[in-house]
Ligand binder design. Sequence first.
Ligand code: ASP
Ligand code: MG
Length: 402
Amino acid sequence: MALVVQKFGGTAAATPDQTHTIARRVIDSYNQGNDVVVVISARAGETNRLVAMAEEMCPGQGGRDYDLLISAGEQVSVGLLALCIRSMGYKARTYLGWQVPIITNSEYSSASIIRVDPDKMLADLKTGAIVIVAGFQGIDQAGNITTLGRGGGDTSAVAIADVLAADQCELYSDVEGVFTADPAICSDAHKIIKVSYDEMLELVGQGTRGVQIRALEYAKKHNVKIHIRSGFSTATGTLVTREEELMEGGVVTGIVYDKNQAKIAVIGLPDKPGVAAKILTALADADISVDMIVQNASQDGLADVTFSVSKDDLAKADEITRSIANEVQAKAVIADSKICKLSIVGLGMRNHAGVAARMFTALAYNNINIQMISTSEIKVAVAIEEKYTELAVRLLHETFGL
Ligand code: ASP
Ligand code: MG
């Protein structure tokens, strides 16, 4: 007998049929003798619909009333699931965020959890009820409804698992787990059984789906075991856990790519302090995050700076960069939306030399040019031409014996 938190994302609860599937799953787990707390998200597309509605009626709004609106999808999901579970003859007890309560700070739309009260949930479990909590929602100390950032149902689940000292926090969505590479393009890709928090943070940061990054940070800090799995199959997924609990693995754990990347090169900038800062500050002020950055200084007092942004930000970033480039009299600005960021991630890199060398050699051998590079202790990421993505992924999967 265990206490499990089962979180169902919107993609696992998109249709009435899927809600029935979830109900059965939860009941199965309950019948196996577990205490079950369910955290559920809005149906797939529902939060987007609410956001779009607000944007259409009164663009650019945020804050208290906005959060009240966009948190509504979760209330519907909780209600439907509870009705479904009751109709199958089981006891369900529902909670919105404020009813738990899940106390957050007042950063609307990206609130952080301060405290979760376990008492009511624990009392309900004692009576044999299945507890169902709305994800994504909280309440600040002044009593206002807040939301935890897009995908924030994962954070709700992890925080609840933490405060209840649950044995596991299962995150159900439409992905089967975390794979060594995208199975759609690499037929040799296989599911990773266990991965560390740090590796998972890098993988998600580089484009892997399955869990919100803030939830992972929370889980790492509070040592909550996460099980990423599919709502459509009973197969075991991927366990995200402490490094100490992993078996000695290979050097590289996974390969991920992100085609939603673009680069901007600023050519012939004055090579003096403050010029790159000016560009990056202007981008930061517009809320555009820059990922990889490369600078080459040349002999004649001029430098080229190249950086990557998300494709969604390209038009705005290009415009901002051009105006600064003008101001500092750079020679040219070149934007390119046909790039892909390819990353290899693995704890083993910390104590193996030459990992980047192997990666670069494999790419070079196949005539794939590297345009930008960024690294961390456990990651090497490169920007390459987008059309080589599939080839490069397969190549590296083989190179690192995955
Ligand atoms: N419904 C919210 C969203 O779509 C939260 C979640 O799905 O976890 O972002
Ligand atoms: Mg969602």
